[in-house]
Design a protein around this ligand. Sequence first.
Ligand code: SF4
Length: 252
Amino acid sequence: MKKYKTFQLLSKYTYGPVESRRYGKSLGVNVLPPSVKVCSFNCPYCQLGWTYKKDIKEVKYPDSSEILKELEQRLTSEPQIDSITFSGNGEPTMHPDFLRIVRKTIELRNRYKPAAITTVLTDGVHIESEGILEALELIDNPMVKLDAGTEKMFKVVNIPMVEITLRTVVDNILKLKKRKIQTMFVKGRIDNTVDEEVNAWLELLKEIQPQEVHIYSIDRYPADTRLEVVSREVLDKIASKVKFIGIRVDAY
Ligand code: SF4
């Protein structure tokens, strides 16, 4: 089995900056409780381990002022930051104050690191919730997850923890003006690289017309270790199909 890098649940509101393959020097922002995973998905490839219903039920979201205080301190002390990236211990848009956090983050970015972009990695489930569409429109780089082309694959590759279909996620993405997609490809117990899946996913991309698509495979210990990394060759082949339909794509 490939030797994966490890990643643990975060015990703070900020982390890094890490050298990101996609975003350069990326200062991570975790708006979720320290050391608990809170997400609307339970992707078997997740580097944070499994999502537990109990943790979601009992979650107490951190005070947005505490998060912003720590972020301000990091922005003033770090010499270089290319991206302020909302990711962390699960799905950032689940924080009830997410819009306020984004607005204030942009103010802090403009004051201390005006060259940095803002990025959110999101599962796209909560775009309909109050303030989330507005927050994502303020973000330079809203990257929405789209790992499946069919409802059947969506259920196994993302295991939604809430009642939602792939169709609704796509409809949510269509509400965004800036549409950027990120897709994890996996093999082994689950395989979303098979022709039928890739073709259905390409059809969704044609409908969404994203400005860019990032595709990649497992890099860190997945929750389900029966999953396997997709080779560079296969990723490049999928990327060429995306290019063929006229959509910008990068394989990582
Ligand atoms: S959406 Fe992200 S954080 Fe949530 S389970 Fe999937 S990979 Fe993990």
